[in-house]
Design a protein around this ligand. Structure first.
Ligand SMILES: *Cc1c(COP(=O)(O)O)cnc(C)c1O
Length: 389
């Protein structure tokens, strides 16, 4: 008999009932160190006082109003995002995949309005993940996500992750945009080198193509900059955001330049919940903390420490781990044993990690975890690795 919850997930036998900072408490009382953070969602850990306060205050005033009216909390968050990024304008969604939907629509409408309605193709890359909506799976294109769900939304050209010649050959008059994650998350924590992202920007500029970045997982301070593309010193035309931006409250956004967004006039897009007062009140509290230069300095310092210790872990367990990769606190350990065995050994040793493609385990801890917690994380990962040899 089918379970009452549609069985699309293989779930670990764990039920968490409470979160405190970097810790998750299981129904039986065990305390797990959380290096998954809800897959980079709980950017400030669990039950951060500033976020709890923002949510509680707003909950007592107004939960929801339609986007038929001005929403001051939404306006305030949009202003903060515009002030701190390349963007001139923001549309709020509830998830990453909804941000993908709008990014695709925005790019196509842009060229339509410029009198080039055939410029509908969007180049994407192998190993990408853009969410589970029809546009998201068509964009990523992997068999794992698309098989059986056809017909796919047309207009995506899938290229190898790092093949300059294939990319240049794919640029034709029908290509309107390139969509890429600066650091692939689900694909196995694969950072695009800064030089490649710069080259992509240059290629887009030279050919009049829009650059869409998917920073759903790598954005919001995860790499030690507010957004990952800042490391390369470039900016996109359109950017998808979600996960960390709500700190655990469902919230996403599409950020864009005035030019790229120029086709999205009244009536061209909408969302019932997108930008609702509760989500935006929490999002503003997250931004106030994460966009702060000192906070981001701290993320980079903690990331450096964690990476150094992980290199030591790999050296100590050469039969279990192959290498460390990633950017900031978006870290991956490529495994020599089956990655899921390492994740399960982590559960046995009360540390949460997340599997990814390419036999990688992901470490996406709260951005504000302490140095003591980094030490504790490494001690637990060390025990987990020992149990596998
Ligand atoms: C998680 C993720 C998405 C999809 O986000 P949802 O909120 O699950 O729809 C899209 N892109 C990237 C890079 C992601 O990591």
């Amino acid at each position: 008999m089918i379970p009452s919850v549609l069985p699309t997930y293989t779930r670990a036998p764990l039920s968490f009932v409470k979160g405190e900072g970097s810790w998750l408490i299981e129904a039986d009382g065990r305390r797990f160190l959380d290096l998954g953070a809800g897959i980079a969602v709980n950017a400030l850990g669990h039950a951060h006082p500033a976020l709890v306060q923002a949510l509680n205050e707003q909950a007592g005033k107004l939960w929801h109003v339609s986007n038929l009216y001005n929403i001051p909390q939404q306006q305030a968050l949009a202003d903060k995002l515009v002030e701190n990024t390349f963007a001139d304008t923001v549309f709020f969604t509830n998830s990453g995949t909804e941000s993908c939907e709008l990014a695709v629509k925005m790019a196509r409408k842009y060229w339509y309005d410029k009198g080039l309605p055939d410029k509908t193709d969007i180049i994407t890359f192998e190993g990408s993940f853009h969410g589970r909506s029809s546009a998201g799976i068509a964009a990523a294109g992997s068999e794992k996500m698309t098989k059986g769900f056809g017909p796919m939304l047309p207009g995506f050209i899938h290229l190898p992750w790092d093949d300059k010649d294939a990319l240049e050959a794919a640029i034709t008059d029908t290509v309107g945009a390139i969509l890429i994650e600066p650091v692939q998350g689900e694909g196995g924590i694969r950072p695009l080198p800064d030089a490649n992202l710069k080259a992509l920007r240059a290629l887009c500029d030279a050919n009049g193509i829009l650059l869409i970045l998917d920073e759903v997982q790598c954005g919001m301070g995860r790499t030690g900059k507010l957004f990952a593309h800042e490391w390369a010193g470039i900016s996109p035309d359109i950017m998808m955001v979600a996960k960390g931006i709500g700190g655990g409250f469902p919230l996403g956004a599409v950020l864009a330049t005035e030019d790229a967004a120029s086709g999205m006039t009244a009536g061209t897009h909408g969302s019932t919940y997108g930008g609702n007062p509760l989500a935006c009140a929490v999002g503003a509290a997250v931004m106030d903390i994460v966009a702060d230069a000192d906070f981001l300095d701290g993320v980079r310092a903690r990331a450096g420490l964690m990476r150094q210790k992980l290199e030591g872990l790999v050296a100590a367990h050469p039969d279990v781990f192959d290498c460390v990769r990633g950017s900031g606190l978006m870290l991956g350990l490529k495994c020599k044993v089956t990655n899921m065995d390492v994740v399960n050994a982590g559960y046995d040793n009360l540390v949460i990690t997340v599997p990814a493609a390419d036999n990688v385990i992901r470490l996406l801890p709260p951005l504000n975890l302490s140095e003591e917690e980094i030490d504790e994380a490494l001690a637990r990962l060390d025990k987990a690795a020992q149990s596998l040899t």
